[in-house]
Design a protein around this ligand. Sequence first.
Ligand code: MSP
Length: 470
Amino acid sequence: MAKYFITTPIYYVNAPPHIGHMYTAVAADVLARHYRNQGREVLFSTGVDENSQKNVEAAEKAGTPIQEYVDLMARVWKESFNDIHITYDTFVRTTSNDHKTAVQKMIEAMQAKGDIYLGDYQGYYCVGCEEFIAEKDLVEGKCAIHKTQPKVIQEKNYFFKLTKYRDALLAWYEEHPNAVRPDSARNKMLSYITDEMQDISISRQAGKWGIRFPQDESHAVYVWFDALINYLTVAGYPAENFRKMWPVDLHLIGKDIIKFHCAIWPAMLMSADLNLPNTIFAHGFFTINGEKISKSLGNAIDPRDLLKEYPLDAIRYYLLREIPFGNDGDFSVDRLKERYNSDLANGIGNLVSRTLTLVEKNCPNIVFERNSTLDISKHIENLSFDKALTEIWHEIARLDIHIDDKKPWELAKQGNKEALESVLAEVLSGIASIGTALTALLPETATKIHDLVSAQPIQKPLEPLFARKN
Ligand code: MSP
């Protein structure tokens, strides 16, 4: 069976995770669980981006030494991902020695190709973005995303000859029309690579924090350059066995970081003679009242606060169902509650409890077909999580209608045991299929359903799968 290597971005630790970060992690978790269930060897990596200037500023603000600060925050992120049951296989930290080794080896490989040179840099730098900004992209002199004034930087930096790879990148796009998805991201990148791309500076002279540049201790490696290499670190690079999982099958990213993943990163891999990822998928943003949710704008929702109110699967359901993966959408707690009551409490929850109550009362030892007939794999593999859930919910609606039509409670009253069992067997078999189809999407609900329909004799649930909220 083929391997499957899936990654999320690594997250800055200048604040705890918010719901937007949980979004990528949940989507990646669905895919990792799906492919593991198929028997593939999965490497699912996530982690934290620690060498950033943003983190230094946050540590200063908190009055904590930077190393202590990143140690603490790395723990917070890891625990948050554990709390939301993200089944990552590796949680990388970019201050680890393994990662430093990978970065230095990668730079040496690129140097050996003659792709790194010392040059002069002058320009605007936004610490929030950890990125240089072109003058034309400033809005009233400020970064359009962070609404802060960028720093002006003038120094000697090491540069990567990104422009050397322009034609090779365009050829890669041409040969792999599905490598960068969705098309909006692909088109943006094609025009960036064709018209705008320049060599990039990959070191900083200022600042003591960060990985030292090989053979030149006075420079730190540019944090984005270092961060991208995490994907090699988690595979085991530079040890030869990293090739077992290489290349990455799917990088899941937000649409704000496509330039790094869909232009700079593939060029870095070309320079080091390493294989390029199969797919890079950029999802949209969750907004609150139309504004990007972000730590710096102060409108973040902590997933752990939502978990005090809602079961984990309710949040997973909302994130995966509400907005087609790839699009933007507004996050609303009211909408989460609506979906919770209509689709979960009244939908799947009610179907399971009404059916099992009838079964317990009339025929707890009933025999029914357990061949799963509901196959939503194609939607999951296509990252159409909303479609996968819609298809499952159609089946829930069909079974509800079947019960309403056949009225098994009347068949019971009439003593028509054969007809009664035939209806309930069909519904039970449908519920079992739904449970199986939900395994990767809503794993806890899937387990509950599986346990309920596997019991002998069958009993009604002691408590509802999802209790209605007022
Ligand atoms: N550290 C870099 C990534 C390096 S990967 C080699 C970074 N970190 S981040 O913490 O700012 O963002 C991490 C991811 O979270 C990005 O994919 C970003 O798009 C995503 N999101 C941040 N806010 C988001 C929303 N409001 N909605 C959806 N995703 C969002 O960038």
